[in-house]
Ligand binder design. Structure first.
Ligand code: AMP
Length: 405
């Protein structure tokens, strides 16, 4: 029997998201999520997608750590006849947030790879440790199976030095590996490729600005299928206004808050990463709620929206200049896929750049990639739902089956 299944694991600090896919037709066999790992009551939500039934099963019980979480997931899968001991399982694909400069491709994990992912913990202290735990646990469950790391940073390793380097003292930067790495790479890779497909052109011939607007948000400039710039930097803090992160800000604000505001570095870290962005500006980070408040005349929500859009426009303009020629702008992720007013406002007034949105097309709701620009527009504006799990599964399976991704 040929093994054609791939389990995708996305391990966060207190959660594990998973999907089991059959790569013969990229179909999902089961999806699920374990949340609040290590807290008093954890929650496992498992949805089997085979046999016509898609009824989710939920369990609330204490789950102490990632190992217990993965064992619980394995039990749920086994209950559907999809156990991890199945010979049909070809590999486990892991989302790993930080791959530094070394990992430009999906990589089968061995001891040396594991060491390198550990070496990157100082530049990704919140993410890489959870990813490492996820890989170790999966290895313990199926030591014979290839574990493949798919890095969030990999797609951005093609950025030229002119875009990747900060104008920081070179010696200091190199000593501490300070440079722009970028994140959400799996999504930017998938969406830029799908956008070329939507246009009926080869990725090598297309220049795209991808706007990944979720709770975390990032933009990228993709020339002929290769990333040439992206808005996140050393960490995911840089760039666009996000749900809870500031995005770009004069770094001296941090000195000011420490020296004048008497805040500690850890307090500022939490402030700029978790309590700022949309939630810091108006108390809400959900774009649905912000739009509802704006419709009711709420000025605080309206200003937060305007700040969000202003930054987005700046990046569209900047990446237009970086690319020189733009064939398409693609909106993706929770906000990008669902919030028509964000898409409309982001390109409003940019007709001179060949950009426009058709109101009727923009208001259509769909899970399919689609164009929302009018026929006459020089630049295609697209909504392209992202699918990071499918991309991870695809890259994982391509690697272990010897097929090109
Ligand atoms: P993500 O991180 O990609 O899952 O995106 C999550 C964010 O998408 C939420 O915080 C919301 O701001 C936004 N979102 C999800 N659904 C909608 C919707 N129907 N309309 C507007 N925004 C949405």
């Amino acid at each position: 029997m040929t093994a054609t299944r791939v389990l995708v694991l996305n391990s966060g600090s207190s959660s594990v998201k998973y999907q089991l896919l059959d790569m013969r037709d990229s179909s999902r066999l089961a999806v699920g999520l374990v949340e609040r790992i290590g807290e008093e009551t954890s929650r496992l939500k498992h949805t089997p997608l085979t046999g016509g039934g898609a009824e989710p099963r939920e369990r609330e019980e204490p789950i102490a750590d990632h190992e217990q979480a993965l064992r619980a997931v394995a039990d749920e899968l086994a209950a559907d006849g999809l156990g991890l001991d199945s010979p049909e399982l070809a590999a486990i694909g892991h989302r790993v947030v930080h791959g530094g400069l070394k990992f430009t491709e999906p990589t089968v994990v061995d001891d040396a790879v594991m060491k390198e992912i550990e070496r990157l913990v100082p530049v990704a202290p919140l993410h890489n440790p959870a990813n490492i735990t996820g890989i170790r646990t999966a290895q313990a469950l199926r030591p014979d199976l290839p574990q493949v790391a798919v890095f969030d940073t990999a797609f951005h390793t093609t950025m030229p030095e002119s875009a990747a380097r900060y104008a920081l003292d070179v010696k200091t930067a190199d000593e501490h590996r300070v440079r722009r790495y970028g994140f959400h790479g799996t999504s930017h890779a998938y969406v830029s490729r799908k956008t070329a497909e939507l246009l009926g052109r080869a990725p090598e011939d297309v220049n795209v600005i991808v706007l990944h607007l979720g709770n975390g948000a990032s933009a990228s400039a993709v020339r002929g299928g290769r990333c040439v710039d992206t808005s996140m930097g050393l960490t995911p803090l840089e760039g666009l206004v996000m749900g809870t992160r500031t995005g770009d800000m004069d770094p001296a604000v941090i000195f000011h808050l420490a020296r004048v505001g008497g805040m500690s570095i850890d307090e500022i870290d939490i402030l700029v990463n978790k309590k700022s962005g949309l939630i810091g500006l108006c108390g809400d980070n959900d774009m649905r709620e912000i739009r509802r408040r704006i419709d009711e005349g709420d000025e605080e929500a309206a200003l937060a929206f305007d700040i969000y859009i202003h930054r987005l426009k700046k990046y569209i303009g900047a990446y237009y200049a970086v690319l020189g020629r733009v064939d398409a702008i693609a909106f993706t992720a929770g906000v990008g896929e669902n919030a028509a007013p964000v898409r409309e406002a982001a390109v409003a007034g940019l007709e001179e750049l060949g950009l426009a949105v058709d109101g009727a097309l923009n208001s259509v709701r769909s899970d399919e990639p689609r164009l929302i620009s009018p026929e006459y527009a020089r630049v295609a504006v697209a909504v392209v739902p992202t699918d990071e799990e499918l991309e991870i599964a695809d890259q994982t399976y391509a690697l272990v089956s010897g097929r090109n991704a």
